[in-house]
Ligand binder design. Sequence first.
Ligand code: NDP
Ligand code: 2IT
Length: 452
Amino acid sequence: MMAISDHVNIDQFMAGLRRRNPGETEFHQAVYEVASNVFDFISNKEIYHEMQILRRIAEPDRIVTFRVCWQDDQGNIRVNRGYRVQNSNAIGPYKGGLRFDSSVNQSILKFLAFEQTFKNSLTGLPLGGGKGGSDFNPKGKSDNEIMRFCQSFMTELFRHIGDDIDVPAGDIGVGAREIGYLFGQYKRLTNRFSGVLTGKGLEFGGSPIRKEATGYGVVYMMEDMLSRRADHIEGKTCLVSGSGNVATYTAEKVTDLGGIVVTMSDSSGFVYDKDGIDAEKLEFIIDLKVNRRGRISEYAEEYGVPFYAGERPWRVPGELVFPSATQNELNPADADILISNGCIAVAEGANMPVEQKGVEKFVAAGILFAPSKAANAGGVAISGLEMSQNSIRRTWDVNEVHQSLREIMHNIHEQCVEYGAQADSDHIDYVKGANIAGFIKVANAMIAYGAV
Ligand code: NDP
Ligand code: 2IT
């Protein structure tokens, strides 16, 4: 057996990872963030070194890529690339969303599948980690084009998934409409009605609260962090970015709890409504984004508030910050501005929305900072409960599922507190807590399996 001092250090580990995965910057970023905590934690735990646990989690079990050929409304043949990254099924079937966005590439999906592995572990449910999607750009496509694309995508993907194998769900560009088309095609190809996808419509096996779960969960995480400091959301000015699934239900729950959401955004800019985006205005946004697939600038026209084209909301003063659009949407300079404008807490709704150096600034400033793998785990948690309901062929009551979401988020908060507690202060390092708590369960399962 190697002596501990012979093990690679984090710089050597990262150099190897970069060499094996050239150009995959998002993947490097996500692995580094976990490794920087895990290396410390395992420094005196020989078995994790001996079994090469982190090295193995950072090498996906498999990656499937495939051509997705479809016809647009003009009859043109179009070609996109489909992917499924099956990162780890150490503690359950691969589980994670599908993203349809022109930016999708292997690096982004590997980072998301890697993160998902730890996030799913934090939920306490038997869920492995995966992610998939396509560089297909849904913007401006007709309903029929979306349907044809989804059918073609599933015509290859169906070979690689299954209710006990790999269970995809939504992510950017994949919502209820796309899940309906994907599930319809899976059922047609296999003649099986199973829980192979989550986020399904309530009429065909979907779970109550799944639609709301990610956003609500993010706010519950924020509530728990604040309540540890005897503080609360009520009366606080809140900045939300994005106007999709996560952002919308984050805004809804913040408003329910008495917070004031003053910004929302999309990929073209942000709106600033100093009076607050209340429940009625949020209905407008849901209709705009889900039904009419319009631009957030239309909100500014409707309510006579400013729209800032090409900008993100981070220079608006706010106490609570919920980045809920996409990765790396908040940089270290934004973090400086937010800190100097009185921000007290950040909960990441999107996956890895804050750049690593931005995270370090928030943590160093003593800002409460809930990383995505903890804060946005409510969505996949309710996906896990959707799988349970599908397995027993029952649908649970909405209140029961909602209560479970609350408990799961509370439990995630407690795990972060346990593993993120600082020896010399009362401050919790939620980033460290989430990384270590998420790692342990996966790592111990892998040790039990031996070298596989
Ligand atoms: P949606 O597609 O519903 O919404 C995405 C939102 O983000 C839209 O407002 C979109 O604007 C905006 N956006 C997308 N890309 C960019 C960009 N490059 N710059 C600025 N804005 C952008 O996706 P979700 O709400 O589902 O996902 C948002 C984030 O949350 C992602 O990081 C996702 O991985 C994460 N997440 C999602 C979960 C879920 O259950 N859905 C669970 C956990 C995390 P536009 O309308 O212009 O495209
Ligand atoms: O990033 C995520 O956790 C999701 N997109 C949800 C995954 C899921 O399987 O519900």
